[in-house]
Design a protein around this ligand. Structure first.
Ligand code: PSU
Ligand code: MN
Length: 297
């Protein structure tokens, strides 16, 4: 599966490589959520917890990250814990994944970089929290996540809780449609918005079982359509923060960041950190619950 030229940059964990060679189910997990998305020690507990959930469902977890220039497909417990504590880890997307490998650096992989690595390793499914998308104010800032382009080009199914409500969800859906990325509401006709189960937007298509999702991607493959797919799985009801409650916090965090002049890669982590403070930690609990539920799916 892995192209020869790429092989010597990858460290595929034994458990993952065995599962892949026997044709078993492997679920990729991202690591920017560990290095930039949540504080320690909750990040470490979340990362361990989602791996357990994947195992409990009979699949093999492969947390992906760059450690000292090695592209890790599956981390040992010690590596995962070290990454959760790491200071100064990079946030790696398509643009700088190879930079970190070439320079021997350590970093968390975003949705885009995790998709690239998963595909290199032959992994077809990836669970995360939320994807990056079109930011509010993108008309002037041009801030559109590389995650969207990656979904268009790399054939990996990404299970998320929708587009984060900190984004412009309508524009994110428009870009995904333009780039030919299917967005599947899992058991819902309404696009979920990360912390909240609903948004004002319909889900472009709906499927109710994992089998149907797998079949949809297989048919896309057979037709030579290519690219990935975004599954939008609403956060479990008991963990939801209603959209109207989040709206005020998001607006406040956004205004503060703008005043501080935060731009580029720093925007998403800074927004998440500020929203965590403004919700008194509730947003983090919800974030963990939805990542766990996506891993289960
Ligand atoms: N969702 C979270 N926390 C995160 C992210 C998503 O709850 O940290 C990360 C993902 O790795 C996603 C990235 O790929 O944010 C998007 O960053 P940007 O908007 O800079 O493309
Ligand atoms: Mn961005």
């Amino acid at each position: 599966m892995t192209p020869d030229a790429a092989r010597h940059h990858l460290d595929i964990a034994p458990e993952v490589s065995q599962a892949l060679s026997r044709g078993g189910a492997v679920v990729a997990l991202e690591s920017t959520i560990i290095t930039h998305g949540m504080p320690y020690p909750q990040n470490a507990a979340m990362a361990a917890g989602v791996e357990e959930i994947v195992r409990a469902e009979g699949a093999t977890p492969a947390t992906i990250a760059v450690v000292g220039g090695r592209l890790k497909i599956g981390l040992s417990q010690a590596e995962r814990e070290a990454l959760a504590r790491a200071q100064g880890a990079m946030k790696l997307s398509r643009a700088d994944l190879a930079y970190a490998v070439a320079q021997g650096r350590t970093g968390g992989t975003t949705v885009a970089a995790t998709m690239i690595a998963a595909h290199l390793a032959g992994i077809k499914v990836f669970a995360t929290g939320g994807i990056g998308g079109v930011h509010r104010g993108a008309a002037t800032s041009f801030d559109i996540s590389a995650d969207l382009d990656e979904l268009a080009r790399t054939p990996v199914i990404v299970v998320s809780a929708g587009a984060k409500a900190i984004l412009d969800v309508a524009k994110t859906l428009e870009v995904l449609e333009t780039r030919g990325v299917p967005v599947v509401g899992f058991g819902t006709d309404v696009m979920p918005a990360f912390w909240s189960r609903t948004s004002p937007f319909p889900a472009p298509v709906r499927l109710d079982t994992p089998q149907e999702i797998a079949r949809f991607q297989a048919v896309r493959d057979e037709l030579g359509i290519g690219g990935g797919m975004l599954v939008a799985n609403p956060v479990p009801e008991e963990a939801e923060i209603p959209a109207h409650e989040m709206a005020a916090h998001i607006a406040a965090a956004q205004a503060e960041l703008e005043a501080r002049g935060v731009t580029g890669k720093a925007v998403t982590p800074a927004l998440l950190a500020r929203i965590l403070e403004l919700t008194g930690g509730a947003s983090l609990k919800t974030n963990i619950a939805l990542v766990e539920d996506n891993a289960r799916l």
